[in-house]
Write a new protein. Sequence first.
Lengths: 329, 340
Amino acid sequence: MTQAVEPYLLEIDNLVVHFTTRHGVVQGVRGVNLKLRHGETLGIVGESGSGKSVTVQSVMGLINVPGEIVGGDIRWKGQSLIGPNGRACLEKVRGKEIAMIFQDPMTSLDALFSIGTQITEVLRHHMGMGKKQARQRALELLEMVDIGAPEKRLDQFPHEMSGGMRQRVMIAIALACEPQLLIADEPTTALDVTIQAQILELLTGLQERLKLSVIMITHDLGVIAQMCHRVAVMYAGKIVEVGLAEDIFERPVHPYTQGLLRATPRPDDVTERMVAIDGMPPNLIAPPSGCAFAARCSCVQDGCCLPPELTHYTEDRLVSCWCAGQQQP
Amino acid sequence: MVDGPQAHASQTAAETRNPLIRVDGLSVRFDAGRSGFWGQHRRVVHAVENVSFAIMPGETLGLVGESGSGKSTTGRAILRRVPAAAGRILYKERDITHAGNEELRPLRRHMQLVFQDPYASLNPRMRVIDIVAEPLVVHGLAANNREAAGKVAELVQRVGLPPDAGSRYPHAFSGGQRQRVGIARALALNPEFIVADEPVSALDVSIRAQIVNLMQDLQRDLGIAYLFIAHDLAVVRHISHRIAIMYAGKIVEIAGRDELYQRPMHPYAQALLSAVPVPDPRVQRARRRITYAGEPPNPLEPPPGCRFQSRCPHRTGQCRLEDPQLEERGAGHRVACWNS
């Protein structure tokens, strides 16, 4: 591993999150370790219920009853964000140094206030700006996210805008306080593909221009391929593989990563049959004691009844699979 | 059983035969209330405008478009679930555009719908056996659910559900399994034609392929024709024989599957194809992506001329005045554009 001169921007250490439901305790996140470097875009890919959103919601302190962080630590520039002291620290950085955008821009904007009010509110609260100054800055922000006629847009309400336009406004609000980390939780899933392409292009440009660190949550490996430097693949509440995006796409090691890649439709694929992964993810109320993917895995063996650890496969690749060691790096 | 390529060959032979479904100049409009002084002005959404295509027996036509393009409305209009404002819908060359309920009832058996959201489309208070048996009882093919049990068990097995699935409720199933229940229900009446309205859009990637493959198997074994509706060009390639692309209520391009992917001609079709991200960083980052600024026009006031003009880089004066019609540009490849 390269010598890190400064500590990581964000470190997630053995995070465990549980949700208490009528049917039992759902183990949403079962020990996640992640480190984010300055200025990198990290993609977290996984299917519904894999724990990818819960992981980043934990970072933002958005886990509420019936959910609970029951173990592990989250550190922002070395300072813990968990526990009573951590909460105070989180309040200081949330929205300012760490910003987040969500899947559905309609529900995350307030329908009763104009776009201008919602952007200037952030600027006045976090940056202590005056009314006039905040409005001026809001105009700049709208221009930065390529919204035409920003003067007019400031006085419009969310319902007067399309989905793509609303997501641009959300990005403007998130970037209002010049954060160092932007967490994007499926930012384009609710949008049409041609609009998705516009938003991804915008995010890529902003990331480079503003030297942002980005955590991109998605279920679409195509989105990862376009935007991310590193990828973490999640399955059943755990990370099963982490590495550089180009390496992982070229040579996925974990059988789940391999299956996911084969199952993702490519516009240049001419075969008639799609490749499926048989079976379905395990129930996280009673997850299997061994490898969670074993029931669907084609190279399952006796050892898979024990839980595999996330271990180094090559210098910058971590894999959690008993069979990985048998493959040649 | 016929395998893939042979089925294709018989397909081309079938072109000369009568189509199963023919849509001729179909338009659908929705009333959107009134506006203006004392509501003198009626507002009308032009959801589908002058759409024509045919579907052969055993064929899959992929109908692709973004939200509001009218793709689902087209599918529903064919099934007579929304009224047509203009044009004709023909089932086996028989005009059913204005057929009454009595006349439609026997036809509905042959034309079924599979919905997008397997969570919202199944009644949570009915067991799977009752959900699948319901169409059999309604159409008088079984006196009651008990009599239908044999057929239901067969269907449950056919779509790959566990044998004990019948006695369980929808909440006990995952999204992919619920979609199998929806397909079993649609299959109950031995339909010849199924409108599948984004059947895999709500499913996870690893499950999507399971459902698409199941639908292909059913087509091969039972000869069902599909209108497969999708919002992007990712999945349709695998299941469709031909693909039609809709934009703002109109078909802008229709062609054989491989032809469309290799030589998309309409600027919107090109953008739509290039918007599907390739899951390979080297390819994806090197790709020349076509992204057009702007968004689809307001369906309340569609512009005169081509509906894509506000986003089109090749726009000329003619595009603002005249609406391009679909024109033949090669075998079965039709495009509605003045400049491509």
